[in-house]
Design a protein. Structure first.
Length: 663
C-alpha cells in the first residue's frame, strides 16, 4: 500500500499544504527537504495524527503543554475517537485573528486491491489570542474503495497500521542507528509476535486457561459443594498452581532478558579491558600512524607548492599569450600606440609596408626607426620559434598541473584513511589509562557478580517451575481419577479434556510457527543484506532465533551489531524491518526522519543508493536538511521518485511553511 497524497491545513507550520507522491518511476523513494525548523518532522507528526489521533515523535521534542483538562468534545459517531485534540497543533498564525478554525490532515493510500482515504479533523476557537477546542461533528472519516466506513473507523486503520507497532515503520535517524543496539530482544519479539498473529494465539491460550480455572473448576466446585471436599481442595490447588506457573514463567522471561542485557554489557567491558591491556601496542600503532600522517602532510605541502609555482608560471605565460592573441582580435582599432610582444613577421611587415598593422595609417620615419630597433630586442618582439615554444610550455604546464592534482588527491585520500584509523584507535585509548583500567575492572567484577546472581535466580525459578509442574501433574491425575469414578461429573471431565486438547494443539502449533517465522525472517534478512550491504565481509552470519532475537556475527563468531557503523546498522535495521513485514504479509510505507543524522563518509552516499533499492519493493519517505540535499543533489535527481521542498515564510509574528515539488 502506497501513500499517494497528503493534504494538511492549519497544522503547526502548515496553513495549507499538499504533498503529491504519485510518480512513474520503478522506485518509491520520496524526499522532503527543508531547513532546520521548516516542518520536516511536523510532516511525519501530521501523518501520525491522521492515522492515530496523536503524534509520535513529540516525546522527543517539546511543543508546550496544552491545558485542556475537563473539556469535552463529543459527537464522535459511535464513534471511534473520543479524545480531545491537542490545542498545540493549531497553526500559531491563527492566533492573530479571532474565529473558528479547522485543522485537518487527509491521507490517500492506494494498494493493489483497495483504496483508502483517511480524513482527521479538529475544530478550535480562537478568542483574544487563546485557543480552546470546539465540537467537531465527524473528527474522523475513513473511506474504503470510495465507500464511507461508518463503524469501527479506527479499527480499519489499525488493521493496516497497528498503532503499537508504529516504531517499526516510523523511524528517525537516531532510532535507525540505535534500534538494534537497544531493542534487540523485547521490542523485536513483541513486533514479530503481533504481526505474525502469535500474540493472538497466546491470548487465546490464556483465555482457555481462564476458562478452565474460572469457569470449569468453579462449576465443578458448585456441583460438589456438599460432597467431596477433596475435589474442591484439588481444583483450588490446580487453579493456584497454574496461576503461579504463569507468574513464574513471566519472571523467568524477565530474568533471561536481564541476563542478556548484563551479558552484552559484560562483553563490551571485556573488550574495553582487552583494548586497554594492549595499550602499548595500540599506542605504538597510533604513533606510527601519526608519523605516516605527518609524512603525507609534508608530501601534500610539497606537491601543492610545486602546483602553485607551475600555476603562477602558467598564469604569466597565459598573460603574454593573451597579448599576442589580442593583437589579432583588435587589428582594426584606432589605438595609435604600438603593442608590445608582437610576432616578428608582423613587425617586419609594418616596416616594409610603412603602414600600421593596427589602424592602417602611414608610419612616420620616427616610428619606423623605433620598429627597426625593436627587431633586435626580445623584450619587445618574440620570434616564431619562441612563439611555438610558448605554446608547448603552456600545454606542458597544464599537463603537469593535472598530474599534480591527481597526486594531491591520492595523498588526501591516504590522509583521510589514516585519520579514520586514528579515530577508531583513539576510541579505545582514554587519556587516563590506569583510571580507566580500574573502572572497567571494577565494573567487570560487579557485572560478573550480577550475572551470577541472575543465573542463580533463573536456576531457582526453573526448579520452582519444575516442582510446581510435577505437583500440578499429580493433582491433575488425581482429579482425573475422581472425575472418572463419578459419572455425574462426566460433563466436567469432557470439558477439561477438550480444553487440554486445544491447549496441546496450540502449543505444538506455536512451536512450529515460531520455527517457520524465524527461518523466513532469517532468509529474508540475508536476502536484503546480500543485495545491498556494501561491505560484504563485515557480516558472516545472520540468525533469527525462535525467541525472535537477531544475532549478527563475524567470521570469528563474535556478535557484531555494536561494532557496525551507523550506516551499516541503519541498513541492517531496515533489512530486518522489511523482512518482518514480508514474513507477516504487511505492505505499508516506511517513514524515516533524517536518516543521514548519524552517518558520514562513504556511508553517507551509500545509504541513499540502498534506500533507493529498498524502495523498489516498499515505499520509503525520508526527510533531510537543505545542506544534506545539496551534497546529494546529483544522485537524488536520478534516484528519488519525488522531491518536495519546504519553504518558510514570515507572516506577522509567526512563520508558515509552503511546499514546492521539485520532481
Amino acid at each position: 500500500m502506497k501513500l499517494t497524497k497528503v493534504e494538511i491545513a492549519n497544522y503547526r507550520q502548515y496553513v495549507n499544504a499538499q504533498f503529491d507522491f504519485e510518480n512513474n518511476k520503478n522506485s518509491e523513494l520520496h524526499v522532503i527537504v527543508g531547513k532546520m525548523g521548516s516542518g520536516k518532522t511536523t510532516f511525519l507528526e501530521a501523518v501520525n495524527w491522521a492515522l492515530f489521533g496523536e503524534e509520535f515523535f513529540s516525546t522527543k521534542r517539546h511543543y508546550g503543554p496544552a491545558d485542556i483538562n475537563n473539556i469535552e468534545t463529543s459527537l464522535d459517531s459511535g464513534r471511534n475517537s473520543s479524545s480531545v485534540p491537542d490545542i498545540g497543533i493549531l497553526s500559531k498564525i491563527r492566533l492573530q485573528n479571532d474565529g473558528d478554525y479547522r485543522t485537518y490532515v487527509k491521507l490517500v493510500f492506494v494498494g493493489e486491491k483497495e483504496h483508502l482515504r483517511i480524513n482527521r479533523n479538529a475544530k478550535f476557537l480562537v478568542s483574544n489570542g487563546k485557543i480552546s477546542p470546539s465540537i467537531e461533528a465527524v473528527p474522523l472519516s475513513v473511506f474504503l474503495n470510495n465507500s464511507p466506513v461508518t463503524v469501527d473507523r479506527e479499527l480499519e486503520i489499525q488493521k493496516r497500521f497497528p498503532k503499537d507497532l508504529r516504531e517499526h515503520f516510523f523511524f528517525d535517524g537516531e532510532s535507525l542507528d540505535v534500534y538494534l543496539k537497544e531493542a534487540r530482544g523485547t521490542h523485536i519479539k513483541r513486533t514479530v509476535e503481533r504481526l505474525s498473529g502469535i500474540s493472538n494465539i497466546q491470548d487465546f491460550t490464556d483465555f482457555l486457561s481462564g476458562v478452565r480455572t474460572k469457569v470449569i473448576y468453579k462449576e465443578l466446585r458448585n456441583m460438589e459443594k456438599k460432597g467431596n471436599n477433596r475435589l474442591e481442595e484439588i481444583s483450588r490447588k490446580i487453579e493456584v498452581q497454574e496461576r503461579t506457573l504463569k507468574e513464574l514463567n513471566t519472571r523467568l522471561e524477565e530474568a533471561k532478558q536481564e541476563k542478556e542485557k548484563v551479558t552484552r554489557r559484560l562483553e563490551e567491558v571485556v573488550q574495553k579491558l582487552q583494548s586497554l591491556q594492549d595499550y602499548e601496542q595500540l599506542k605504538s600503532k597510533l604513533e606510527q600512524l601519526e608519523s605516516e600522517k605527518q609524512a603525507k602532510i609534508e608530501n601534500k605541502k610539497r606537491l601543492i607548492s610545486e602546483k602553485l609555482l607551475l600555476t603562477l608560471d602558467e598564469a604569466s605565460y597565459l598573460f603574454g599569450w593573451k597579448a599576442v592573441e589580442e593583437f589579432y582580435k583588435f587589428a582594426g582599432t584606432k589605438e595609435s600606440s604600438i603593442l608590445k610582444e608582437l610576432p616578428r613577421p608582423a613587425v617586419e611587415r609594418m616596416i616594409n609596408e610603412k603602414t600600421c598593422a593596427i589602424c592602417g595609417s602611414h608610419l612616420s620615419e620616427e616610428l619606423l626607426n623605433i620598429l627597426y630597433k625593436s627587431l633586435t630586442s626580445e623584450s619587445l618582439v618574440i620570434s616564431e620559434e619562441y612563439y611555438n615554444l610558448l605554446k608547448r610550455t603552456i600545454v606542458k604546464n597544464i599537463y603537469q598541473i593535472r598530474i599534480l592534482n591527481e597526486q594531491i588527491s591520492v595523498v588526501e585520500k591516504e590522509i583521510s584513511e589514516i585519520d579514520k584509523n586514528l579515530n577508531e584507535l583513539s576510541k579505545n585509548l582514554p587519556n587516563d589509562v590506569s583510571s580507566a583500567l580500574e573502572q572497567y575492572q571494577n565494573e567487570k567484577i560487579e557485572l560478573e557478580r550480577l550475572k551470577e546472581n541472575i543465573q542463580q535466580k533463573i536456576y531457582d525459578i526453573t526448579n520452582n517451575i519444575k516442582s510446581i509442574q510435577k505437583e500440578l501433574e499429580q493433582n491433575k491425575r488425581e482429579l482425573q481419577e475422581i472425575l472418572e469414578s463419578n459419572k455425574s461429573l462426566a460433563i466436567i471431565k469432557r470439558q477439561l479434556e477438550f480444553v487440554q486438547t486445544l491447549e496441546d494443539i496450540l502449543s505444538r502449533g506455536l512451536g512450529k510457527l515460531r520455527q517457520i517465522i524465524s527461518a523466513d525472517i532469517t532468509s529474508h534478512t540475508k536476502e536484503y543484506i546480500n543485495r545491498v550491504m556494501w561491505k560484504k565481509d563485515i557480516i558472516d552470519s545472520i540468525a533469527f532465533t525462535e525467541e525472535f532475537e537477531l544475532i549478527v556475527s563475524d567470521k570469528s563468531g563474535v556478535i557484531q551489531i555494536k561494532e557496525l557503523s551507523g550506516g551499516e546498522r541503519s541498513i541492517l535495521t531496515l533489512a530486518l524491518a522489511l523482512a518482518i513485514h514480508k514474513t507477516a504479509g504487511v505492505s505499508i510505507p516506511i517513514f524515516i526522519d533524517r536518516p543521514l543524522t548519524n552517518i558520514s563518509g562513504e556511508s553517507y552516499y551509500e545509504l541513499i543508493e540502498l534506500l533507493s533499492r529498498f524502495s523498489e519493493e516498499r515505499q520509503i519517505i525520508i526527510t533531510m536538511t537543505d545542506r544534506e540535499y545539496d551534497d546529494l543533489k546529483e544522485r537524488l535527481v536520478k534516484l528519488a521518485s519525488t522531491v518536495h521542498y519546504l519553504n518558510t515564510e514570515k507572516k506577522g509574528d509567526y512563520y508558515i511553511t509552503t511546499v514546492e515539488r521539485y520532481l
